[in-house]
Design a protein around this ligand. Sequence first.
Ligand code: SF4
Length: 413
Amino acid sequence: MDLLNTLVEKGLRRELPTREEALAVLATSDDELLEVVAAAGKVRRQWFGRRVKLNYLVNLKSGLCPEDCSYCSQRLGSKAEILKYTWLKPDEASQAAAAGVAGGAKRVCLVASGRGPTDRDVERVGKTIEAIKEQNEGVEVCACLGLLSDGQAERLREAGADAYNHNLNTSEATYGDITKTHTYADRVDTVQKAHAAGLSACSGLIAGMGESDEDLVDVVYALRELDSDSVPVNFLIPFEGTPLAKEWNLTPQRCLRILAMVRFVCPDVEVRIAGGREVHLRSMQPLALHIANSIFLGDYLTSEGQAGQADLDMIADAGFEVEGAGTTTLPKHRADALAAAGAAGGCGSEASAGCGSEASAGCGSPTEEAGGCGPCGGHAAPSAAPARTSDEARTDLVAVRRRGAGTDLAPNA
Ligand code: SF4
């Protein structure tokens, strides 16, 4: 396909595709899907080889948020029966983080629900970062605490944070339909603050909220413009008890096309498959590793992911390798730019940052979704099940998190 050859050439040169080319990726047919994945795979391998970076979420403070993000199980008025608790103590957070690091995670993502942190919260998170870094040599820490006020990004950086996550989530045009209590511009501002403070910016999106292809392309171009180093791609987990509970819009094929479009528009950034991976990609997850170079290990903020060992097995079986602590994730030009300062940049090639979520969720932050099943950490028991269609709502794959942080049970890692 001429389209795919063009996109590969541009991706290898870090050149921005046209909007029409990005839209055309989303419009490809199922018959063309493997070619799309193979083309995106060439770009992925150029910048990230066959490495998969593992990230581990620690939900520092769960639920009870005054904001109204429609996709979020922690939102104001949410009827979702999630775990609710206030700030974990530094040693509790550090213990949870250690489980993820032992499972192979290179980055720990500290997330708290809420509009944004107070200065006291920033101080508290600073102590938590210190505890985690003391006990886990070489681990990267990303904070995801919502909207930042002046000076807070700098204080987090001084406390040892490596990155800050705040997702744009969706296009500017549709942002007001998703959230009323803050604006798209607020989110952009926080990503810029993080970037300016020299933190590696992590900012991504949530697909499956009823947006158009144009909206998806808009938000991904905006992320490139902001120059995030990592772009989490969440697939909405329509949580019962939230306004988007009926939005089952995604198929595994659609998820793969979205990931490929993100890879072509942001070729040299960490593209992370975030919340909703197990629920929407399902048995196609290994194929997605040919496009994305990063995933979350274990559970999400308020929902359960597949067993950590299943993630590790999937990576090995698909012929990829877990990225070690001694390896730099980003390509040299991006790593150098980050080291050089709090310069500017974007998900694309030239440089910059973000927060939000990783999975449809929380404080603008990562992941609130992701499903899973109970004790085995897996999801849904496979039995002699009837044939399914790829666009069937899989509510059976959504499990509220009942283990790990905020409980007495061991975390999934
Ligand atoms: S996404 Fe964050 S800010 Fe929005 S409701 Fe959820 S926890 Fe609150």
